[in-house]
Design a binder for this molecule. Sequence first.
Ligand SMILES: [Zn+2]
Length: 215
Amino acid sequence: MNQFTLGMADEAKRELQEQYNERLPYRFDAVPHGTRPGSQRLRGPAVKKHVRCLNTPRSMRANFDRPTTNCTPGEECGCGTTVVVHAEEQARERQRIPFGTTEWAASYGRRSAIEHFNAEIKGNRGVRIERGFTRVYGAVKNQVLVTFALVGANVRLLRDWHICRSIADPWMAVIDDTDDPDWSVAHARFKRRQPRVRAFHEAYYASRGRPLQAA
Ligand SMILES: [Zn+2]
């Protein structure tokens, strides 16, 4: 099975997701087991008739829209088995949503979406919401103040969107606001390098002259 790679085209991603989706019926599904939280019972795909397997006669009575496995009759296979996994075992490997499927991609996409927004409020738009941004205590007061900051960040997001497309931002024009710097100019500004701090020996030689070199 192929892997998802960086810079993969959307089309290729969707195609690969389809391949993962096709395998969904063959997975062991997990149900809670017993009274201990985290313990799971993994049921083979034929147990709940997600596939039809000759070794699990009951599953052969399922509808024909379920895929039929190519298991050899009489030869041991996992389709009809049930495994109990306790909370301590392989916790890291559990998957709530099977990897690679369309559902997984939708869930995974939330991550980059929220990281994108985090970056926007941490400096990209001239708003820097970080520790100490508000100088009040308590969730309620903070929430009120941060709300205004987020509104501001959104206004700038909208304005920048219009700048990127060389159109006038209708909202800023309506309220006649020209306060914000033009970021295309601000970011293009020549940045002068900070002069290096002079080392002790440089200052010393400058005032007393360099010592005579040994011949
Ligand atoms: Zn089987």
